[in-house]
Design a protein around this ligand. Sequence first.
Ligand code: KE4
Length: 427
Amino acid sequence: MTTRSEEMFRDACEVIPGGVNSPVRAFKSVGGTPPFIQEGRGAWLTDVDGKRYVDYVGSWGPLIVGHAHPVVVEAIGKAAEKGCSFGAPTPGETVLARKIIARFPSIEMVRLVNSGTEAVMSAIRLARAATGRDVIIKFEGCYHGHADGLLVSAGSGAATFGVPTSPGTTRAAARDTLVLPYNDLTALDGLLAQRGNEIAAVVVEPVAGNMGCVLPKSGYLEGLRQACDRVGALLIFDEVMTGFRVDRGGAQTLYGIRPDLTTLGKIIGGGLPVGAYGGSRELMGRIAPAGPVYQAGTLSGNPLAVAAGMATLELLEEAGVYETLAARSEKLMDGVAEVMRSAGIPCLVNHVGSMFGLFFTEAKVVENFSDVSACDIGRFNRWFHGMLQEGIYLAPSAFEAGFVSLAHDEALIEQTIAAAARVARLL
Ligand code: KE4
């Protein structure tokens, strides 16, 4: 019997490339047809066939307070009643900027944009302007959006598709991007010894969430900071995923590292399109119209997205929120690890706050993209589909992280672990 999702996917594929507006949603790496989602509420998604799922994707991170949170919905509705966008400054933008600055010690000024991609490409432009240098360094398996120079052995969708460098990326763009293994300071030092004076910036996911969830080795982030200081390059923390996720002040607060520039997205828009980049007054003062570095956007800081972001960040101000998110994620990961151990399935799990990863591997550590690529991707795909059958919606790729929201209560965590126990027997 054909499901409505299958019908809708066939229809979408006639008019949208791959039937989706972002590649990873197409289930290409895990196979099968993506459920078309009718609605979300709290931790739950309902698809067009009426099947319900406990959602651990949360729109890839933004929905940390759960879907259709009444406070967020009300804020959006109230803003919409006054108009959706004016292309003129509005009071909310300053409030959201101040909320971000209050939580990120390295940010004195911030510019709102419409996506994480825009935030990272703008931060890199600023770093190049500020240093007068062209070359940037990124790390294999890290994904920083789809700007030309960053689709060079990216993580996330590009890694999932095994297309490390996207066609259409110019040789010039790729030439100005050097790619090193994540968690490897020796490789970085070697490169900087040769080309350090060309490097405008090192851009990194301080906790990598686009090759599964890979944690920085002890001393790694500090090592990046020292290396950048040594050669006069800027350190850019891409906290689009980790910002307000791994800690109220992002990974830079959690690990005590001060980057020169920070990019944000996802949670700060509460499910609507918002990205941001920020840093010192000296650096950000170079951005037009205050300075010569141009960056613009019709809908940047629009009132609806700002209202959703502000409402979400206010909900995250409540005392104990991050402790609760971390505790529930710990319980989930410990439960799944126990299930796999009992089933005799080699598996490594980890989490940082409410961002988690799971790798089917005998290895004791997974530290970089090649470690992740060596994991049992076929077993991951069986795990994914088994859990989907059980009504648990995980990220449809072994190269993505999972997310726990405030709506995932203890009962849902227990329910998920029980489902994992049933699925583990089939792996
Ligand atoms: P967007 O342009 O998709 O808003 O943000 C790009 C981006 C930048 N930096 C980091 C660390 C990111 O994780 C992302 C986007 N993340 C992916 C999920 N891994 C978005 C999902 C998708 O591409 O559909």
